[in-house]
Design a protein around this ligand. Sequence first.
Ligand code: AMP
Ligand code: MG
Length: 391
Amino acid sequence: MNNFNTIQALIRDLPVAFDTEQVSLGEAYNRVLRQDIFADMDMPPFHKSAMDGYACHFEDIGNTLEILEVIQAGMTAKIPVGKNQCVKIMTGAAVPDGCDCVFKLEESEQVDDAYVRCTNSKTSMNICYRGEDYHSGELLISKGTIINTPQMAVLAGAGQTAIEVCKAPKITLIATGSELVDPSKKPESGQIRNSNASQVISQLSKMNLEVIENLTLADDYQKLMEAFDAALDKSDIVIFTGGASVGDFDFIPEILKEKDFKIFWDRTGIKPGNPMTFSQKDDKFVIGLSGNPVSSLAQFELIAKPVIYRLMGASYRPLRFRASLAFDYFRKKADRLAIVPVLINEEGQISEIPFHGSAHINALVSANALLEVPLNVTNLKKGETAHVRPL
Ligand code: AMP
Ligand code: MG
């Protein structure tokens, strides 16, 4: 039986499926890096003053020092600093050759216009030494990293302006269900608004991905098949929502079989969200999510996101951490990994929010994390710890 752990192992074994492209630094944020980034020079590139103050020889601390010149960031010293001499120096400026100490402005005493003395005989050196952050040739960012804010700064610092990243896969989203109407419409009897499309599109957008087409289709085998064919022609990934289960009108598994797709799994072992397929044929991938909104959200977060990142060559690891429960949790059946929307409160504890199950998407509005209750665990006592994933 496929449970969540086997699925994770299957995801790890998936190949990198999409090509790379070069983007400018300005376009690199939130893309998947597909090259290693090495330092082209030492950082800092020169001995750099960490303070606004005076650069001198440490052995002269305590003496009255002659001020030779003022060095601001971006400039270098013109005159060598000798015995009992110093330069006034600003943060970020290059420390003159031979100087081994910068004493802070706040620890200085002006003797007259041209002379100064350090008031702290135990001053720190206040120098960032050349290469202390990294050396030329050092690996700075590994292939597979999802480029976040710190990586943007490091890329810029390393002079990287043409960066190899994963090409965004072309994705078509097909929400299935004869009961679905567009959010702009008032549902008539038996109908509901399509909320999954917005949900999935926003999930993709967090990954810096877009859908090339967003379709809503009735549970009509023929129409679904035609739309699927058209979608396969122009997309790398087709995401379905709904119709993933075993009902009379749940056509997605049937369509995939008919089309000779390899089905990696069709059950997830998570609750809510058991029926979900992931399948492949050649270089095309299909993700079939549940129709129930909380199920599709949990499936996307726990499974579809790692799948897509893996296919993109990203070394993605979701942020999970243990926190203690502020309530007693109980369930009767523990045959699946339970995913429970919760609120991490200001004390960092997991607190309960009203939640009625897989259709109750508005519960998620007040949630900021998903609690994981492991397989075979029925009880979690207040004060015990469990894994949570921030939303
Ligand atoms: P299904 O997976 O197609 O059996 O759908 C399960 C439940 O989710 C049903 O109550 C559907 O009406 C509902 N549902 C399916 N698709 C959507 C959607 N796109 N937006 C909101 N609810 C949906
Ligand atoms: Mg349906």
